[in-house]
Design a protein around this ligand. Structure first.
Ligand SMILES: [Zn+2]
Length: 171
């Protein structure tokens, strides 16, 4: 089991604490489906901050490189991670500020006396990923093989359609 990093998020922010570390990409289980390879590590820094009106924030910075799977050619796609998100700590019953103002500059997370830092890092990385990762069209290795497979499938359908038409004619 990967090591767990747990903080009391309110105290962390109140005291302006800071925490840095690295996590192996292989240990971020929710990322695995999107990856071509789980090699590498991500570096993170979490910093607590007290803002205006005693609002509390966690600033989560993550840097590193992911090997995503291109959804067009299924090849490896190097994706640099360079995140710096500011998250407002809110109590359970509060309305998420992100729902009130839609500028989305500030995100919000619920206060948690036992907050899992690596889970937060993984959340932020997931949020920062493209919906459908693909190479830029010029770099994508969608060669003849890929196009051929598609054509064969289409031919199979046409053949099936022709077969059906034939059956109908018999009746
Ligand atoms: Zn590609």
């Amino acid at each position: 089991m990967p090591e767990q990093v747990v903080i009391n998020s309110i105290e962390f922010a109140l005291n302006g604490e800071s925490l840095s570390g690295s996590v192996a990409v292989a240990n971020l289980s929710r990322l695995q489906d999107l990856l071509f390879s789980s090699s590498g590590t991500l570096e993170y820094t979490l910093t607590g901050k007290r803002g205006e009106n005693d609002k509390l924030f966690l600033v989560c910075a993550v840097k590193g490189m992911l090997q995503l799977r291109c959804q067009r050619c299924l090849g490896t796609l190097a994706f640099p991670v360079d995140l710096d998100s500011e998250l407002e700590l809110i109590e359970d019953e509060q309305v998420f500020p992100a729902l009130v103002n839609e500028d989305e500059l500030t995100d919000a997370i619920k206060v948690d006396p036992n907050m899992d830092v690596l889970a937060l890092v993984e959340d932020e990385v997931l949020l920062g990923l493209p919906m459908v990762p693909t190479h830029a069209s010029g770099d994508c290795k969608t060669g003849d093989d890929f196009g051929q497979a598609k054509t064969d499938k289409q031919n199979a359908f046409s053949a099936l359609a022709a077969l059906k038409t034939k059956d109908l004619r018999k009746n």
